[in-house]
Design a protein around this ligand. Structure first.
Ligand SMILES: [Zn+2]
Length: 203
């Protein structure tokens, strides 16, 4: 059976969601057809309102303000910069309540005009931020403890050590014991994350 294009378009759209296949996408659309019109209108509005969300120019996390409330908070320690791969990791670490410094996201939470060249973005974004903000004295790698996370930490260590002024000023450290090997930060519990932050090791 061929669906009307209005339905098929939405099924295709939902199929691209992470972890959602065509079957689940179909169920979403059939559900939307069944609910009251008001709910559909509210959903459409909520999606449209996402246009107001931008990337913070300092930490690159999503926010409706720039700089975001976290970056503007005078109680945060500006000498610490914790580098994370995903917004979910930032949220998990923040929820642990153990970290009082600032953050930097490797990939912008909300995509704008950023180039797709990841390495280019890193050198322009992170290195620029480290050079501009002389208050930063320690950069903490908050990556997953897997091959990808380790590789990223190694790449960035080399990049920073190549720049003499950055190497002299900025201490590099890595979240350590507490997190099991292969652990994903997003799914770690608060206590584990707290231990990993407190026991971070110098690089
Ligand atoms: Zn921010």
């Amino acid at each position: 059976m061929i669906y009307p294009s209005e339905i098929q378009k939405l099924i295709d759209f939902f199929s691209h969601f992470p972890g959602i296949g065509p079957k689940a996408a179909q169920r979403f659309v059939f559900y939307l057809l069944r609910v009251e019109k008001e709910k559909r209108v509210n959903l459409a509005k909520a999606i449209k309102d996402l246009e107001k969300i931008k990337s913070c120019s300092l930490c690159r996390n999503f926010s409706d303000q720039d700089p975001c409330p976290l970056c503007r908070d005078p109680r945060r320690d500006p000498s610490l910069l914790l580098l994370v791969a995903r917004p979910q990791d930032l949220m998990a670490l923040e929820k642990s309540g153990q970290y009082q410094g600032l953050y930097y996201l490797l990939t912008k939470a909300s995509q704008g005009t950023e180039s797709n060249n990841f390495i280019e973005n890193i050198s322009q974004g992170l290195i620029g931020r480290l050079k501009e903000d002389q208050r930063i004295k320690e950069l903490i790698f908050g990556f997953d403890l897997n091959v990808k996370g380790e590789g990223m930490a190694l790449y960035l260590t080399n990049l920073i050590n190549k720049d003499f002024s950055l190497k002299k000023r900025i201490k590099l450290s890595q979240m350590a014991r507490g997190l099991p090997l292969g652990a994903e930060i997003e799914y770690a519990d608060d206590l584990t994350l707290a231990a990993a932050l407190q026991n971070r090791k110098s690089l």
